[in-house]
Structures are given as C-alpha cells and as structure tokens.
Design a protein around this ligand. Structure first.
Ligand code: PRP
Length: 220
C-alpha cells in the first residue's frame, strides 16, 4: 500500500536467534541472504514479504525498540520483558524456545552454609536489578544490586560481591566458575513482543503475524 511503511520485527542477536529462525521460517518469513552473512555490517534486512523487515539487536534492545514503536513486533525473553515491564508491550505468545531460568547463585562453600530464609539484606551482581529487587522485596528482603551487563559469574571469585542473579541453562557456566544455585527465581522462554499502539492502529498486519506465528507454533 503506498505510503504504508513496512513493519519492523526486532530479533535478538546471539544464541537465541538460531532457535527462533526455524519458527520464523515455518511462519513463512525468509530473510534476504545477507541476513546469514557473518561479514554483513548492515543491521536491517528485507524479507520475502515486501512489508516486513528484520532488525538484529541486543536482547534488551528488542524491548526498547518495540516499546517505543520503532519496531512493531519483536522476540524477547521474559527476562527482558519482566526487567523493563514496559506497559507499551503486549506479549501474546510464548514461543517455547530459549528456555532457561533465572536463579540466585553463590560459591559452593558459601551456599553450603547459606540460609536464604534468614536474610534481611542481600547484595548481588546482576544484569536484572529490577527483577532481583522485586523478587526479594516480596519476602521483605532488601536487595542491593551491582549492575553488570554480562559475565556475572566472575563477581564472587573477584570479590565484587558474594552472590549473583543470572540465567542458568545447562548450568555449565556456574559450575565452571565454582558457583552453585541457591534458589530459582523464574522460568524463562522467548516471547513474541508487540507494540500495543501498533496492534491497534495496524491490527490487520500485526494481528496477521501473530496468527501466523501461532499457527507455526501449533504445527510443530
Ligand atoms: C548466559 C547467562 C549465563 C549462561 C548460562 O550468558 O548469562 O552466563 O548463559 O548458560 P549455561 O547454564 O548453559 O552455562 P550468555 O552466554 O547468553 O551471554 P551473556 O553473559 O552476555 O548474557
């Protein structure tokens, strides 16, 4: 339609993308070849649908692009969605990929004598300060967060703080860094994130993609 800017779908870079692409393909979305070229510096890609392009950004930035309507739809873990808690984002579908969970962890020797039920205050290194504070506040514990954007597992060994809150998938990163899980906070998986305003004003297009992704999920 003339004058109708195409829809933009924001995808997370990294490990999750490999799990998400088969689902997108089942929903009939095929990116241009440059999308799969590791040397490509362009960040926005056309698809086999004239009115749909893909952008590849950091997972936290998927939520920002979608919340501000710069991308109308996106794929992000509920870790990211819970951390920002943007009212502008509607998350209608659990895509069932990128499964892992968020947990509190500490060095094995500390965990052996740790009793989380006795804490009144806890200091943790995390990329998720809001989720962490909410989790502990719910049982009256004040959480002091030292914010990192990755490699949280280094913090206890280097004396930054004794405990961390991070994502656990296979558990290998915790183990390789001498840490063990103390308590689970929440299960994580990738969700379809939709800008609420776009869902209202472009309901046919946006709703159409939600439906195609729902069918791709049901059919697998
Ligand atoms: C995630 C997470 C842990 C690791 C857990 O990091 O932050 O470090 O994966 O996976 P595992 O339990 O299978 O070892 P990721 O590699 O996604 O990078 P990040 O540190 O940039 O988040």
């Amino acid at each position: 339609m003339a004058g109708n800017p195409g829809l933009v779908m924001a995808l997370p870079k990294g490990r999750i993308l490999g799990e998400v692409m088969p689902l997108l393909r089942r929903a009939g979305i095929e990116p241009e070849p440059a999308f799969n070229d590791p040397d490509q510096r362009r960040l926005q890609f056309a698809t086999n649908h004239e009115n749909l392009s893909l952008i590849r950004v950091r997972s936290f930035d998927v939520a920002t692009f979608v919340a501000f309507g710069a991308a109308q739809i996106g794929i992000a873990g509920n870790d990211v969605l819970l951390e920002f808690d943007y009212p502008e984002i509607y998350a209608p579908l659990d895509l069932g990929v990128g499964r892992c969970y968020m947990a509190v962890a500490a060095p094995a020797e500390l965990a052996a004598r740790d009793d989380p039920s006795r804490w009144s205050h806890v200091r943790v290194a995390t990329k998720y300060p809001r989720i962490t504070r909410r989790h502990f506040a719910a049982r009256g514990v004040q959480a002091e967060c030292i914010e990192l954007s990755g490699a949280m597992e280094l913090a206890p060994g280097l004396g930054l703080c004794r405990r961390i809150v991070d994502l656990v998938s296979s558990g290998q990163t915790l183990e390789a860094n001498g840490l063990v899980e103390i308590e689970k906070i929440v299960d994580i998986s990738s969700r379809l994130a939709v800008n609420r305003a776009a869902f209202k004003t472009r309901s046919e297009e946006v709703g159409g993609w939600i439906q195609r992704l729902r069918e791709a999920l049901d059919g697998r």
